[in-house]
Write a protein that binds this ligand. Structure first.
Ligand SMILES: Cc1ncc(COP(=O)(O)O)c(C=O)c1O
Length: 371
């Protein structure tokens, strides 16, 4: 692994991602569609998808057609499903690249059908149902005529139906159960009409781990493939491995006299002679400008002091007289016996681990290893 060139970088363990996919394949006995949208949850979409494909992933879930097209260009040959909205003007591209689209609205479906008919091709679609997520999706009640219409249209290949859980990451299963009741009723009605599509799917990471009754034809995890917990209350089993480490180098060390203001706004002021280091990590990299951040150096935790800047922040090094420029600092991951998890940062930043990793800036070099 060549990290000599960088002073602020991410290390991504592709073998951890593959291990997590294998774990879910074994746990569920079902194919795994790896959700790699939003730049593979910050881990790098193309590299993650190629590793997932080599691990036998059944397909890739993305949010935008642009992501699907990028994956095709990069050599992804397995199924690609766009889970979000696609403009009707793009469906020829989708069909030409064998990318399946999501339909969740009658008007959009009619526009797809008209475009496909006009151009003489067939577009693959999965119909999304809102069984309680309160976001995209048709209500599962009163839409059988619509399913029949789609099913009979030559311009459309009805490849799947699916739903998405709002609260699968909570210990109380009541919400998942309510959603399942509505979805299962729909599935039975569609089956009774003899129109069952090849793929019925519902399970995000939390449902993959905690709700085997919801696995259907394939599971659709995102967070878990990266080894991230669906929620603090819904942790992954210990067998999962986290894939991400965020490292930086110490780029400056100075002794400041007592009373010296550190960084913008002088929100930290030295109380004695203090040894303060600088690392080239800032909010321009996705590191939040909040009080109370910490980092690891020489296997121990140190406070980040003063305002986090766009490209730098400062660490307190009084207890590290031997620290030198070039020493490795860890923002996420392990060093020696110490660890900073994405969950810990998320809690500190008042958000969820998903937002922490999706916020990792594109400018951060990503170094892959492990295969
Ligand atoms: C429709 C859909 N399916 C699956 C996922 C994966 O969810 P998770 O990362 O919680 O596993 C997402 C993520 O937001 C999604 O929107």
């Amino acid at each position: 692994m060549d990290t000599e060139a960088y002073s602020n970088w991410l290390e991504i363990d592709l073998s951890a991602i593959q291990h997590n996919i294998h774990t879910m394949q074994q746990m569920t006995g079902k194919p795994v569609m790896a959700v790699v949208k939003a730049n593979g949850y910050g881990h790098g979409m193309v590299e993650v998808a190629l590793a997932a494909q080599r691990a036998g992933a059944f397909g890739m879930g993305v949010s935008r057609i642009e992501e699907g097209l990028e994956l095709r260009k990069a050599g992804i040959t397995s199924r690609i499903l766009v889970l979000g909205y696609t403009r009707p003007a793009r469906i020829a591209e989708a069909a030409a690249n064998n990318i399946s689209l999501t339909v969740y609205d009658h008007e959009i479906a009619r526009a797809y059908a008209a475009e496909a008919q006009k151009a003489g091709f067939q577009v693959k679609v999965h119909v999304k149902f809102d069984t309680g997520m309160g976001r995209l999706g048709l209500f599962p009640e009163n839409n059988l005529d619509f399913i029949k219409w789609m099913h009979d249209l030559p311009a459309i290949e009805l490849e799947g139906i699916f739903t998405h859980f709002a609260r699968a990451d909570e210990p109380d299963p009541a919400s998942v159960r309510e959603q399942m009741v509505r979805f299962n009723r729909l599935v039975r009605n569609i089956e009774a009409l003899g129109m069952r599509p090849p793929f019925i799917h519902t399970s995000n990471s939390a449902a993959t781990i905690y709700h085997p009754e919801a696995h259907y034809d394939f599971v659709r995890p995102g967070n878990a493939i990266y080894g991230l917990n669906p929620a603090p209350e819904a942790p992954l089993p210990d067998t999962f491995r986290s894939a991400l480490t965020w490292k930086a180098s110490l780029i400056s060390i100075k002794e400041f006299p007592p009373g010296y203001g550190i960084s913008y706004g002088h929100r930290y002021r030295t109380t004695r002679t203090e040894r303060i280091g600088v690392i080239p990590v800032g909010y321009g990299d996705g590191y939040r400008r909040v009080n109370g951040n910490t980092a690891l150096i020489h296997g121990r935790r140190v406070p980040i002091v003063g305002s986090v800047c766009m490209d730098q922040c400062m660490i307190q090094l009084d207890e590290f007289p031997s620290a030198r420029i070039g020493d490795e600092v860890v923002l996420i991951g392990r060093q020696g016996g110490a660890e900073i998890t994405v969950d810990e940062l998320a809690q500190k930043w008042g958000t969820i681990n998903y937002e922490v990793v999706c916020g990792l800036a594109n400018r951060l070099p990503r170094v892959y290893f492990g295969e």
